[in-house]
Design a protein around this ligand. Structure first.
Ligand SMILES: NCCC[C@H](NC(=O)CCC(=O)O)C(=O)O
Ligand SMILES: NC(=O)OP(=O)(O)O
Length: 323
């Protein structure tokens, strides 16, 4: 694996999930694979889970890890080409990425969308430039439009909690929030679930209020509804997430119906397990009675971030060692 940016970088969905679950059973089975290899994690935005789980995964593979909080500790980064840097930016991504590629064998980068210009965000310009200038394999730690380590984790978590013969009904349900959030997590979850649906692993439904449709590029084959109660009927997993409007890009539309998942709404499901990528705003996005209740998987889900990252890094190291 040379990059991990989207579901398209994985050619065997079932295979990578089983690989991650084997690593969970035997975390140090490949502790020499990453010996004398360095992982660099570059953050342009905050992170708890991605930062710690990816470090832990790398350490368990024997790698050394360096973390750069570019937003706080780095020079102000210029990403545009063809501009004289006579303003606030100090260093161009061309040099910054190339230099980090000299120090590291694998790099990860987190860069959220600005939510101002849809075309700019959805072009993934910063991520693509980082890949082309650093010259080493790159793992997305959440880009403008996707969060593949989270989505792989989510598929692993569903697989782990589903032992029945029939396919589980997985519902991604929009939840309220106080501010405009990216579409990266829901785009990515949908992209992974649509592929899983095509491979006969799940049935996938998305529920959101009017005005919150995602880009159709991320939802091929998904069942879509604007009624939360309809979606929840018979659900085996409910994946709660807020996102801002894609159509009216980055905006929040007032929603009159109650969209926060609480125990009353959860009762409509097939005793569904409840998932969320975290961080979550309690009693805004998701009721604390659900988060603290027996159906919540959020902590196991966060725990599984380690195995998703370890499976991805293992594949990258195997590719590097072939050279
Ligand atoms: N990495 C997981 C989610 C990150 C981000 N959430 C946030 O920015 C939450 C911010 C807040 O609640 O103020 C998102 O939704 O894409
Ligand atoms: N779920 C997730 O990516 O969490 P962090 O933003 O804390 O890394």
């Amino acid at each position: 694996m040379k990059q991990f940016f989207s579901v398209a970088d994985v050619d065997d969905l079932r295979g990578i999930v089983e690989e991650a679950l084997r690593l969970k059973k035997d975390p140090f089975a490949f502790e020499d694979l990453g010996k004398r290899k360095t992982l660099g994690l570059v953050f342009l935005n905050p992170s708890l889970r991605t930062r710690l789980s990816t470090q832990k995964a790398a350490i368990q593979l024997g790698m050394d890890v360096m973390v750069m909080n570019m937003d706080k500790d780095g020079w102000a980064l210029e990403t545009r080409d063809g501009v004289a840097m006579d303003g606030k930016t100090v260093e161009h991504i061309r040099e910054a990425a190339a230099v980090m590629g000299q120090y590291c064998d694998v790099l990860g980068i987190r860069s959220f969308p600005k939510l101002q210009d849809r075309e700019e965000d959805y072009s993934e310009g910063l991520f693509k430039k980082f890949i082309s200038f650093c010259g080493v394999p790159v793992v997305s730690l959440e880009s403008a439009t996707r969060h593949p380590l989270q989505s792989l984790t989510d598929l692993i978590t569903i697989r782990e909690h589903w032992q029945q013969d029939r396919k589980p009904k997985v519902v991604m349900a929009w939840g309220p929030h106080v501010k405009a959030l990216p579409q990266a997590v829901p785009n990515s979850f949908s992209e992974w679930m649509c592929k899983a649906q095509m491979e006969g692993i799940v049935d996938f439904t998305i529920a959101y209020p009017q005005g919150y449709a995602l880009s159709e590029a991320f939802t091929p084959g998904a069942t879509v509804t604007n009624t939360l109660e309809d979606a929840l009927q018979g659900a085996d997993f409910v994946y709660v997430k807020n996102w801002s409007s894609y159509e009216d890009y980055g905006k929040i539309h007032p929603v009159s119906e109650k969209w926060m998942l609480d125990n009353g709404k959860l009762a409509l499901t097939n005793q569904a397990k409840v998932m969320h990528c975290l961080p979550v705003r309690r009693d805004v996005e998701l009721a604390s009675e659900v988060l603290d209740g027996p159906n919540s998987l959020v902590i196991q889900e966060a725990s599984n971030r380690v195995w998703a990252a370890q499976a991805v890094l293992k594949r990258m190291l195997e590719q590097l060692n072939k050279r």
